[in-house]
Design a protein around this ligand. Sequence first.
Ligand code: MN3
Length: 229
Amino acid sequence: MNAQPAAAHETAAPVGPYVLPPLKFAYDALEPVIDAETMRLHHDKHHQGYVDKVNEALEKHSEWLGLTIEEILRRLKELPEDIRQTVRNQGGGHANHQFFWKIMTPGGAPAGPTGDLKAAIETEWGSFEAFKAAFETAGAGHFGSGWVFLVCRPKRSFKLEILTLPNQDSVLLQEEPAPGLLACDLWEHAYYLKHRNARAAWLKAWWDVVNWPYIGERLAGVKAGKKQL
Ligand code: MN3
């Protein structure tokens, strides 16, 4: 075992034991897309639970606590077997939710994607509308809990791709690097109080809170070689 402290370029990401990052907006700031009660439960209970449980697992092999959750997920196969699946689930849950809170903003970004991101979306799907439809179809069609992601493939000329993953699996577990640009939570806890069983309605409503300028920055970061979820 040879866990190293996080590299300098990852200083923004904290090492363990992890702490629930506070929301950057009020619980009701994403209404009517996400109601305050859902936000409270989702952030304060669900996300906190993932944080607590991944910390509990890593304390058994505390040399790993010196790494960011992103680095641990990238190196999951090196983790001691007795905690590997727990860290995949709970650590994945922590990383996915940390990512999810960052990509949303009150009022969203009505202008949608711009610049390089807009061009990359149009190259792949023809139009922003067609991309949204493909993302919604992938998310609505995913069986059971999981996430739908927009990722970038640095090894294939930064080609964009939509993928769905089960449970709390992170894009960082992918064999071929696939940094995440966007992610929507498909677990019922993310939408059930407001949208009931209508996952497709949740996905359609969710565009209204996506922070497109930030997604554009993430793509620029990937292109600049920055390691991020
Ligand atoms: Mn969730």
